[in-house]
Design a binder for this molecule. Structure first.
Ligand code: G3I
Length: 412
């Protein structure tokens, strides 16, 4: 399938500065260096220091680009500081055909410029962490609140990012005004109208949707929900068909957690996707959320992804984070980094893996502390937006692997 969103040219992303830290290959943003305005101070001295720093850091980081010339020591106050030496962002290193994304919350885009900058520069795709959930989009019957989702879409388009829509029907996201006592026909109409309205509005702007989220129980059977009870198991196929009718170009995913390794739940999901595809239901992909814990050892990630891919669907890592039992220690963060690397490697090992998404990129905004008592520090960047060993591990992994060829369309 041709991917319309990535046929355009990539805009340049904001450069960032690589900094060697005592603990090894840890990178830190030199925030001041992002600004092109220079105080009228001893510019020459500053530039010489910068030149030394840049050279040392580039060597420490090991990137191949030549740092910009900083020889203009005769600079006048009108001289612009050369751009910070560029280090490749994650999105620049991803092999052709695989997007790297992050979940994001539109609130922080305006409240936290550094959050916004990092999101725009490091990632080639964004997932709406909450803004596109049913309860948020349609807080009252037929009354839509588009602002949050629209903001995220606009941001993504300004930064040449693909948008992953999350989620049309999630187990936790049904608004309170949907009354379980309603007759089946009314529930079906309400669900169909919601799906059709949302997908139609964003037709051509959302490259993939989580159509049905967390539909399965731990034993691999369909979860006992209002929809199963009232509409029967056919509700899953219905939602996919409605979404496809509203935007035939969007890739439609079924998404779940606890299916990353070869679990019973994964077996059930596999059987379900096989049945749906046999019945001609437009399921294009399977999302593996991947909310992991630092001491997890997921079983046969690659083999598991492959057996899904063999059904003819794309696969995607959709919500990766690796929570750490607090207090975090260097050893735990190293284990965390190894898991991030392992999941990325698994995705890259499977040609049908089309995206690798983290569930938020900074510990400052992560959902984990609010939901997993005693755990935190789950993301690639710490609360001060300093990259952690997990970030370094992803960069390292991407720099080692030869680019993939073939498979899916190129992100451009
Ligand atoms: O925005 C309101 C704020 O105004 C209010 O004061 C506050 C009081 O509780 O709530 C805020 O909303 C919270 C929202 O996150 C934004 O922070 C909700 O209560 C809270 O329930 C919501 O949690 C989200 C959760 O899904 C439930 O929808 C998490 O952010 C989000 O990360 C999490 O994401 C899920 C995926 O959708 C599905 N897979 C698992 C994943 C993690 O649980």
């Amino acid at each position: 399938m041709t991917d319309r969103l990535f046929t355009k040219e990539r805009k340049p992303t904001t450069p960032a500065l690589a900094v060697s830290q005592p603990s090894g290959m840890v990178l830190a943003r030199a925030r001041a260096a992002r600004s092109h305005r220079v105080p009228v101070l001893p510019v020459a001295l500053a530039l010489v220091v910068a030149a030394l720093l840049v050279t040392g850091l580039a060597v420490a980081y090991g990137h191949e680009r030549t740092p910009p010339a900083v020889s203009a020591v005769t600079a006048t106050p009108t001289v612009q500081v050369p751009p910070a030496p560029q280090r490749p962002a994650l999105r620049d290193l991803m092999p052709s055909g695989v997007r790297i994304g992050s979940a994001a919350d539109g609130r922080w885009l305006s409240l936290d410029p550094e959050y916004a900058e990092l999101l725009g520069s490091e990632f080639g795709a964004v997932t709406a962490e909450n803004a596109m959930k049913w309860g948020n989009l349609e807080p009252s019957p037929d009354v839509y609140a588009w602002t949050g989702a629209d903001q995220l879409l606009t941001f993504a388009e300004q930064h040449d990012q693909a948008v992953y829509g999350h989620t049309l029907l999630g187990q936790n996201d049904v608004p309170k005004w949907v009354d379980p006592a309603w007759p089946a026909a009314r529930l079906r109409t309400v669900l169909r109208d919601h799906v059709t309205t949302v997908v139609s509005r964003y037709r051509g702007r959302v490259w993939a949707w989580d159509v049905v989220n967390e539909a399965l129980d731990e034993d691999g059977s369909l979860r006992d929900t209002l929809w199963l009870r009232k509409l029967g198991p056919g509700y899953v196929a219905d939602v996919f068909r409605w979404a496809h009718a509203a935007d035939p170009g969007a890739r439609l995913f079924i998404n779940d957690y606890g299916v990353e390794g070869r679990t019973r739940k994964a077996d059930g999901l596999l059987a379900m996707v096989r049945d749906l595809r046999r019945a001609g239901v437009p399921v294009d992909g399977v999302g593996f959320q991947s909310h992991l814990q630092w001491d997890d050892r997921p079983r046969d990630l690659v083999g598991n992804l492959r057996r899904f891919a063999q059904l003819g669907v794309s696969v995607a890592i959709t919500e990766l984070d690796v929570r750490v039992e607090l207090p975090e220690t260097p050893a735990k963060l190293d284990r965390q980094a190894a898991l991030y690397r392992q999941v990325l490697k698994a995705c890259l090992a499977v040609t049908e893996c089309v995206s690798f998404t983290v569930w938020g990129f900074t510990d400052a905004r992560s959902w984990i502390p609010g939901y997993h008592e005693g755990y935190g520090a789950a993301c690639l960047f710490d609360a001060a937006l300093v990259p952690k060993p997990a970030y370094a591990a992803l960069i390292d992994e991407l720099r080692r692997l030869p680019p993939r060829s073939g498979g899916v369309s190129s992100p451009g």
